[in-house]
Design a protein around this ligand. Structure first.
Ligand code: URA
Length: 234
């Protein structure tokens, strides 16, 4: 692949802008400036620098963001900035989208990708990908509430009960719950159906992937591909 095509595919702007970056001496390969836009490279495994910033080539981008509170997952946010604004420009240009949505006040693990088929694979209720939520509540959590969440509660828009794949009390006013679906406000509505109220909500795991303890709120990192989320069977 030509170097300018690599930059274009990775979100560095229009073809002319990519060629301009290279001609201007802003792109290095293995520490050496390459100012030839037509230079042929093998994209798989390629690492290049643009204006001193390191970029690994990814045919499809999959990243993990530690979502802070105060950001909306919508492309057209109404009251708060979009989670997209936390990503660098090339990833925004590539059109990464959140995999499912977290509420504005929910924190934690948010996957983002430009791979539409992967979004479907991860969010389809038929695929049963587990998501783990750490929940704090207004009232103390009772055994009856944990039982209700495990057996299933009925939400107003669906006659069929929805149940947690796993649920445990993690503190006097705290729950850890695993869900296999991702219905609208599902955790908050399920907890409300038991007579309690969510005060804070944090997603700590998605599939086999746990939110890394050293990833600060607002920070993101690359994932190596679907296996990072779905395990080796992906
Ligand atoms: N359930 C909710 O209620 N909100 C979220 O952000 C995620 C799951």
């Amino acid at each position: 692949m030509k170097l300018s095509q690599v930059l274009f595919s990775q979100g560095f702007g229009a073809r002319r802008e990519c060629a301009g970056l290279i001609l201007g001496g802003h792109v290095t390969l293995a520490g050496r400036v390459c100012d030839d836009p037509f230079h042929e490279v093998e994209p798989a495994g390629l690492i290049f620098d643009v204006r001193g910033e390191r970029w690994p080539y990814h045919a499809k981008a999959l990243v993990l963001l530690h979502k802070p509170a105060g950001y909306e997952c919508s492309q057209k946010p109404k009251h708060h900035p979009s989670v997209m604004s936390l990503l660098p420009l090339p990833l925004r240009v590539r059109g990464l989208q959140p995999v499912g949505r977290l509420d504005e006040d929910t924190t934690g693990l948010l996957l983002m990708t430009d791979d539409g088929a992967l979004i479907h694979r991860l969010t389809s209720p038929k695929k049963h990908v587990p998501k783990v939520y750490e929940i704090e509540t207004v009232d103390p959590v009772s055994d009856a509430q944990v039982d209700d969440l495990c057996r299933g509660v009925v939400l107003h828009d669906d006659p069929l009960p929805v149940r947690a794949a796993a649920c445990e009390r993690s503190g006097e006013r705290a729950l850890r719950m695993t869900l296999l679906e991702g219905k609208y406000h599902q955790v908050k509505r399920m907890v409300a159906a038991t007579g309690n109220t969510v005060t804070t909500l944090h997603r700590s795991a998605y599939g086999v992937l746990a939110l890394p303890a050293d990833l600060a709120p607002g920070a993101w990192r690359w994932l190596d591909g679907p296996a990072a989320v779905l395990g080796p069977s992906a």
